[in-house]
Design a protein around this ligand. Structure first.
Ligand SMILES: [Zn+2]
Length: 144
């Protein structure tokens, strides 16, 4: 089962995600409201997503096979977001860009900059499958 539980996130990623959410709301308000839609996703769910647009109908939504996504590790090395207005999900790229500007300030890598952009996706900078090195910059408020 995919999870939205922030406790499934890498601790440092969760800390920076929380700060980015607070900073976003302080700057842009709560309408539309950014929400985390996915933290951890197991290999079965990843496999179903991968088949979409390939073996099953629908648009391609992932380039990662099971086990190759930062969502598939415990704790998760990535989170996805969406924007909600009056209970309805919005996909306006402007909102994602605004959130990304803040998230990147906190050192989070944004999937929207990839050659095949994944705008809702944010992850530990430089994450690679099987990789363990986390190259976090200092937290902005703690930079001297
Ligand atoms: Zn993602």
């Amino acid at each position: 089962m995919p999870s939205r539980d922030p406790n499934m996130l890498d601790l440092e990623l969760r800390r920076r995600c929380n700060r980015a959410m607070c900073a976003y709301v302080a700057r842009w308000g709560r309408v539309p409201m950014p929400i985390v839609t996915c933290t951890y996703r197991d290999n079965e769910e990843q496999g179903q997503l991968w088949e979409q647009g390939r073996l099953k109908p629908g648009p391609i939504v992932t380039w990662a096979q099971p086990g190759d996504s930062p969502h598939n590790q415990v704790p998760s090395a990535a989170f996805d977001i969406a924007f909600i207005r009056d209970g309805v999900t919005e996909w306006d790229p402007v909102h994602f860009s605004r959130f990304a500007e803040i998230a990147e300030w906190y050192g989070i890598e944004w999937g929207g900059r990839w050659p095949t952009p994944d705008r809702p996706h944010f992850q530990i900078p430089g994450w690679k499958p099987g990789g363990t090195a986390h190259a976090w910059p200092a937290m902005p408020e703690e930079r001297t």
